[in-house]
Write a protein that binds this ligand. Sequence first.
Ligand code: FAD
Length: 248
Amino acid sequence: MAHIVILGAGIGGLPAAYEVRQELGKEHKVTVVTADTYFQFIPSNPWVAVGWRNRDDITFPLAPYLERKGIDLISQRVDKIVPTENRLELANGETVTYDYLIITTGAKLMFSAIEGSGPHGGYTQSICTVDHAEHCYENFKQLLDKPGPVIVGAMPGASCYGPAYEYVFILDTALRKKKIRNKVPITFVTAEPYIGHLGLGGVGDSNGMLESELRAHDIKWITNAKTTKVLTAMAKSSNNTNCPSITR
Ligand SMILES: Cc1cc2nc3c(=O)[nH]c(=O)nc-3n(C[C@H](O)[C@H](O)[C@H](O)COP(=O)(O)OP(=O)(O)OC[C@H]3O[C@@H](n4cnc5c(N)ncnc54)[C@H](O)[C@@H]3O)c2cc1C
């Protein structure tokens, strides 16, 4: 009889918990420990950021679904893993012991790496969490009221570039639908050496295709950019260092 703990309930953690539960007999205990009470489908955040979806469309509460499968849930942040004692220390001071631990904690956002970045205390927006995407949507509504130049992109250290492209084309479409695209010059600024590199050295003809699409949508670009600081509070902006960034 073993206690299997899955740390994190995102795109990795939730399927892991379901699979482990399905594979093991009932004598084994499966517990999910996660900071949130809900699952969020992160790839849909860009739509939340322009109001095409809302929080309820892309999240659901974990407890009823896990309970139905016979999986325990502890909604607490883990502050420390003590592997020598097979133990987790939780933010509320409690501890959880395990026989096997699966870690699926995802990306750690690093706004602190670039001065002035981040939606809380910085001047940039982000679409990396549903909270950030909602915050970004409020900023988008301000843009609709007062159109002006927008920068979208990814800063140095980003590990996931695709969503930055996804967002810039979504933003372009959202502004066209509102019939104000002509009042919003968009520049894509990225740490990638060339458009379509995606942190992977390109995928097929991603360079040619994405350059062509950016051109067709009247989006200018700057590559190989090392953003070191976001300077002004007047021009609100957005970024993160682990996935896409948007600067306005
Ligand atoms: C805007 C956007 C669009 C994307 N689109 C795509 C796409 O189209 N296709 C694709 O394949 N990928 C896409 N990605 C990437 C994909 O979302 C991630 O690779 C994926 O979410 C990673 O899953 P994960 O389970 O490892 O982490 P996450 O989904 O981030 O989940 C991490 C979990 O760990 C929990 N956690 C973290 N730290 C702690 C702690 N200390 N204590 C307790 N719990 C903790 C969190 O609360 C969360 O439940 C996109 C990413 C973004 C940001």
